[in-house]
Ligand binder design. Structure first.
Ligand code: F6P
Length: 410
């Protein structure tokens, strides 16, 4: 059976985060898990901090993290062991890429991680985040740590002071990865500089490329389908038909909507099909027409209505209804194929620091929305993406805010 992923994994991989607190480890871990799951791998994050909170309570003082505090040290070790056992059990059950999210800040701890994983036949790849820019660290503390359960109900100044004391304890014991004979990617100052050692094979290469493109600068991503086309009006799938007058009105209204934004898009992507090009025209801005954004290829069904497909090819219709994610139109594509072809675009989308507007189609917008809003792969082909509606997405530290703007087409 085809798994719908570019390459199957022969040995599971543990991606092991390394870094001081407030260096974006959890952000990277979650984004990576989401990306890999969207691509079709089974991926999951194992967060030692969460285990520590569950087992020893969220509200521990900074002194808990003092390396000279034996009780704190032993509790933290127990949390690390528990999360590791959980991850190894998950691998046994068929998990492919586990992300072990903790500071893993000493050589001794990393050696232990390697031994545990090797014993279970799991490859280890470290992702270390190093950052000494106070502005980035402060932003990280404010955006993530103050919202964490550790500081619920604590006033901001006390929480920041406590968290800084916690960081100082970790700093005292921190040993960055150096000559260890490991596989690692070191991200310095949010990927401004990157060091790579012993990264081998396709998957580790994908992981490296993905984490290199992440950043934490907030920006908006607008996703929309083209305006109504004559094919939409006729209810046929595919084709390359022009806009109707309602579709053209939407294009005008989209230009007004974008014009009203505080910060307009730095990048506009369309497909190569005329209905997206016509939708972009009133924007009067530079646009890039990308083949990867073309609508799902309906193969031999291109130009047919759904009732026609049901009547003339009932087997095809039934197979698609039973498994819309994996079903491939004869001589066309499946949703899994669309996900695979949009993979490079995700990296480009991640690396953009300015707002981006994507004018696409039903299936491709579903696929992009599914990635950005962390939807299950199975749910992607069924996401509701109506015509004449702009989705406004703002990626945040822990998730993506989505709002919908239905624009008039009359
Ligand atoms: O109907 C418009 C359209 O963009 C078609 O061209 C395309 O085949 C279809 O939507 C994709 O939606 P679904 O996967 O639900 O058939």
């Amino acid at each position: 059976m085809s798994l719908g992923i570019p390459i199957a994994i022969t040995r599971p991989i543990a991606v092991v985060m390394v870094g001081l607190p407030a260096r974006g480890k959890t952000y990277i871990a979650r984004k990576l898990a989401r990306y890999l799951s969207w691509t079709g791998y089974s991926a999951s994050v194992f967060n030692v901090g969460n285990v520590r909170r569950e087992r020893f309570g969220a509200k521990v003082p900074a002194s808990f993290f003092d390396p000279a505090n034996p009780d704190g040290l032993s509790s933290r070790k127990k949390a690390a062991h528990f999360a590791m056992d959980e991850m190894l059990a998950w691998f046994k059950g068929g998990g492919q890429i586990g992300i072990y999210d903790a500071t893993n800040s000493t050589r001794e701890r990393r050696q232990w991680v390697i031994e545990q994983c090797e014993r279970s036949g799991v490859d280890v790849m470290f992702v270390e985040t190093l950052c000494n820019d106070p502005a980035i660290i402060n932003a990280n503390i404010r955006d993530t740590k103050l919202l964490a359960p550790d500081y619920r109900g604590v006033d901001e100044a006390t929480a920041i002071a406590d968290f800084r004391a916690r960081i100082a304890h970790y700093e005292a014991a921190y040993q960055p990865i150096d000559s260890e004979n490991a596989s690692f990617v070191k991200l310095i100052d949010v990927g401004q500089r990157v060091e790579i050692q012993n990264v081998r094979g396709y998957i580790q290469g994908r992981i490296t490329q993905f984490v290199m493109n992440l950043h934490i600068t907030p920006r908006t991503i607008w996703l929309t389908r083209h305006g109504e086309s004559t094919a939409n009006m006729a209810g046929v799938v595919g084709t390359d038909m022009p806009l109707t007058s309602r579709g053209a009105t939407f294009a005008q209204n989209l230009a007004s909507f974008i014009g009203e934004q505080d910060e307009g898009p730095g990048t506009i992507w369309t497909s190569t099909l005329q209905r997206t090009l016509q939708t972009a025209a009133p924007l009067r801005r530079e646009t890039h027409a990308l083949k990867v954004l073309d609508e799902i290829d309906a193969g031999i069904c291109d130009g047919m209505t759904y009732p026609q497909i049901a009547e003339q090819m009932p087997g095809e219709y039934a197979r698609r209804s039973a498994d819309k994610l994996r079903y491939r139109y004869p001589r066309g594509e499946s949703y899994e194929d669309v996900i695979a072809r949009l993979d490079p675009l995700i990296l480009e989308l991640e690396r953009q620091q300015d707002p981006v507007l994507v004018i696409g189609h039903n299936a491709v917008i579903r696929v992009l929305l599914g990635y950005l809003s962390d939807e299950e792969r199975e749910a992607v082909p069924h996401l509701d993406v109506p015509l004449h509606t702009v989705l406004s997405l703002t990626p945040r530290a822990y998730g993506c805010e989505v709002s919908r703007h239905a624009l008039s087409s009359e």
